[in-house]
Design a protein around this ligand. Structure first.
Ligand SMILES: C[S@@+](CC[C@H](N)C(=O)[O-])C[C@H]1O[C@@H](n2cnc3c(N)ncnc32)[C@H](O)[C@@H]1O
Length: 212
């Protein structure tokens, strides 16, 4: 077994805390730093809505649903299925909808946008890595551009965005393009990211774009 495959600190913690993937700790760090989700469950009203793209195997979805405690609504999408190992029935709840589909298709965009408008758009979507940094960064940028279309179609005014991107030559231009659409925009690499990874997260708050 290579070092990369050995269960590490974050993977073991994820198992102990019943999450299917270590990536949950990236969202947890981002949430702590930027207060993405309402701080306590009482602040999650019935109309509070989150859209999540690239959701499988479902750690971020579980994090959001556990924070919701039955309130709010989460729509999630991925080309792969969610793991049912740890959800304890949360994925069967009335406040959760999962669409197994490609986020690049227009049909997916219109179906998910119709469930909004959303207070928060999360995307941990990532291409299968080829090992070639330039190719992976270009594919990740395509996904991030698609996420921006969802933000434009389905985010509430004042809403938040958290989107993963593999850093590449065009990242700065992408951030420049996003900047006028949010009152504040930051990039952040959580500690739970592998040291070797060139992923980072762009966090926008106070969306100045309105759905429609
Ligand atoms: C890093 S994983 C997400 C992990 C997830 N946040 C969690 O905590 O369980 C990235 C996901 O993006 C999904 N993805 C990549 N391209 C996609 C596309 N075009 N449409 C939908 N999902 C996509 C992959 O299938 C993969 O499940």
């Amino acid at each position: 077994m290579s070092n990369y495959e050995k269960p590490d600190f974050w993977s073991q913690k994820a198992q102990r805390e019943s999450y299917p993937a270590r990536s949950v700790y990236k969202l947890q760090e981002i949430d702590k730093k930027f207060s993405l989700l309402p701080k306590n469950q009482g602040q999650v009203g019935p109309n509070y809505r989150v859209l999540e793209l690239g959701a499988a195997p479902g750690s971020w979805s579980l994090y959001v649903l556990r924070r919701f405690s039955g309130r709010g609504f989460l729509a999630a999408c991925d080309i792969s299925p969610l793991s049912r190992r740890y959800d304890g029935g949360l994925f069967d709840g009335g406040n959760f909808f999962f669409k197994r589909a490609d986020i690049f298709t227009e049909e997916t965009l219109s179906e998910l946008a119709a469930l909004g408008p959303f207070d928060l758009l999360l995307s941990d979507a990532a291409p299968s890595t080829s090992g070639g940094r330039l190719i992976d960064a270009a594919r990740s940028l395509e996904l991030a551009e698609a996420v921006l279309l969802y933000a434009r179609a389905a985010l509430k005014e004042g809403g938040g965005l958290c989107v993963k991107i593999f850093q590449g030559a065009d990242t700065a231009d992408f951030i420049k393009k996003l900047r006028p659409s949010f009152a504040s925009l930051n990039t952040f690499k959580p500690e739970a990211c592998r040291a070797s990874s060139f992923e980072t997260y762009i966090v926008g708050r106070g969306a100045l774009i309105t759905a429609g």
